[in-house]
Design a protein around this ligand. Sequence first.
Ligand code: ADP
Ligand code: MG
Length: 370
Amino acid sequence: MVEKTILVEKKKEMKEEIVDKKLLEKASQKLEEKRDEKVIVLKVEEKVEEKKQINKEISIEELPGVGAATAEKLREAGFDSMLSIAVASPGELTEIAGLTEATARKIINTARHKMDMGFVSGNELLEKRRNIGKISTSSKAFDALLMGGIETNGITEVYGEFGSSKTQIGHQLAVNAQLPKEQGGVEGMVCYIDSEGTARPERIKSMAESLKLDPIKILNNIKFIRAFNSDHQMLIINKIEDLIKNEKLPIKLVVVDSLMSHFRSEYVGRGTLSDRQQKLNKHMHDLLKLAETYNLAVYLTNQVMANPAIFFGDPTTPVGGNIVAHASSVRIYVRKGKKGTRVARVIDAPHIPDSECAFRITEEGIRDIE
Ligand code: ADP
Ligand code: MG
């Protein structure tokens, strides 16, 4: 039922987009008459182009061998656009949509041929990167490790053992996201999805007070929501889009603490693993889309397991597999260090060298080691 409702809503959205496109085209025609407002015309055209792109991407039924049933399966698994299919691996599609490997290959190749791969110039990319905000962790060493803080327009994942500070970092970011840019914030509101029941407003209060901020205002700008199961957790992401689009809330940080607890407990045993990964893939796609569409930061916490394949060094591995690994732009491993400190290590981020730093947790929040 839930999936059906989502599909119906998606269809509605598609229709709205088409109407939108026509409106935008009209607007751009009118604006063209005014020569001196060329810049605005360009912006409108850009938006129309974007919308065209979205409309073009939606029709995955155009692919050979993709009937209504397969399309529905693919969509449910988050493969709802040409781009997502073009960049998928045959293995992913066979596992998720139950296709044969040959069909999966054919679909992927056609998607690659059909779509404009979206080349942008280096300057355009640079411009996009310029608009990216960074949220401070309140530790200079940790911020330096992250080249300024956790970024908007992407997903930052922190994984580590119980008690390693994942939740504390989430609380600190929820406060700091509200600060002005000069003070390490992005002047936004926060949505805090709590799946483990560990969100503590009183911690937010102490962190806010230590920065001489009004705790009532700070708490007011954080929308806490308890996720009761994985379906609910996924539905919340749609609701956030609603809050931004319709209620115009300037949400700039989404905290998911933790990503996997419901998925892990609901899908036990290997038989259900592919069902789980299919849903998880959709969830990660939704989060990434939210981050990129609204230039907001997603902070995920993740649990760990011991990887029996690692004989030397630390066998601690995040759960969730490749699907989570691919979607996260930055992965950070946190662990307990000497004398109650914590150590953060960046794992394969595109713009940050693999390196680590130490910090501590105090009553006031995350801080440097003196
Ligand atoms: P995780 O989410 O990784 O399981 P947490 O973020 O909940 O871990 O970190 C818990 C740790 O944070 C505690 O073990 C404690 O060391 C520290 N901590 C929590 N609250 C405070 C506080 N008020 N003052 C100092 N340290 C605290
Ligand atoms: Mg926690």
